[in-house]
Design a protein around this ligand. Structure first.
Ligand code: NAD
Length: 253
């Protein structure tokens, strides 16, 4: 993706799993990358790893559910790199192993704050910056298979990911003419810390999850990173408001 070389990206949830794999993939394309995460130590480590092989990266500690912190992310990226071209809004949490009627209010609020408000706040400030620059940009949001089908035992998580899909479509329609392309990826079950914690909560889940992917394995973070690279590049110039399933055929059944 030659068009990405020299461009500036930010990745939320960039210190682990899908975000980390994507940050490394962006850096390999010659992009300058801000690693945004609530986990400062891990974010610093990813930025150091990129810088140690000649890349250009900074770490920014921020909670994406807090508006002032999200505004500060954009300021820091622009102070450091002068611009923002690509954003991967990927930070998310998954707390449930509960049928809908058993979910606690506090769990509902936490999931909504990070997975919905966090993505909205990031898009809000990223789009403002991209509009001010006047030369478009690409935004990719992490939804999930739970953003397009039901999510048994993860009812609120599924609702948050449907919200991400909705905001992705709306932002694509509203800002397409300004050259800002907004799309999402919908991963199946991906072998990251999040999935490992879910399997720890309910050990039956891993075999069931593997079985549910026609490809016969769980996804790897790099499988998703490859799809995000494509949606970030002008190779996908005519793709807007799309939900790219990266799910080993999970939703094809
Ligand atoms: P992960 O737990 O490895 O990474 C998530 C990262 O987000 C962590 O580094 C965490 O510190 C960060 N984070 C959490 N809350 C934050 C906040 N408030 N502000 C800033 N950073 C925060 O998990 P992952 O699997 O890489 O998940 C990445 C995204 O992919 C999430 O949105 C998740 O919902 C989605 N997803 C994951 C799977 C899967 O099976 N792993 C499937 C579909 C979608």
């Amino acid at each position: 993706y030659q068009d990405l070389t020299g461009k500036v990206a930010l990745v939320t949830g960039g210190s682990s799993g899908i975000g980390k794999a994507t940050a490394l993939a962006y850096a390999q394309q010659g992009m300058r990358v801000a690693i945004v995460d609530i986990n400062e130590e891990q974010a610093n480590k990813v930025a150091c790893d990129i810088n140690s092989v000649g890349g250009e990266s900074i770490a920014i500690r921020a909670d994406v559910s807090q508006g002032d912190q999200v505004a500060a992310i954009i300021s820091k990226v622009v102070d450091e790199f002068g611009q923002l071209d690509v954003a991967f809004n990927n930070a998310g949490i998954d707390l449930e192993n509960t049928p809908l009627a058993k979910v606690e209010e506090d769990t509902f609020d936490k999931l909504m704050a990070v997975n919905v408000k966090g993505v909205w706040l990031c898009m809000k400030y990223e789009i403002e910056q991209m509009l001010a620059q006047g030369c478009g940009g690409a935004i990719v949001n992490t939804a999930s298979i739970g953003g397009v089908i039901g999510s048994p035992r993860m009812p609120i998580y599924g609702a948050t990911k449907h919200a991400v899909v909705s905001m992705t479509k709306t932002a694509a329609v509203e800002y397409g003419r300004k050259g800002i392309r907004v799309n999402s990826v919908c991963p199946g079950v991906i072998n990251t810390e999040m999935a490992r914690q879910a399997f720890a909560r309910d050990p039956r889940r891993e075999a069931i999850a593997t079985q549910a992917h026609p490809i016969g394995r769980l996804g790897e973070a790099e499988d998703v990173a490859n799809a995000v690279l494509f949606l970030s590049s002008t190779e996908s110039a005519f793709i807007l408001g799309h939900q790219l399933m990266v799910d080993g055929g999970y939703t094809a059944i």
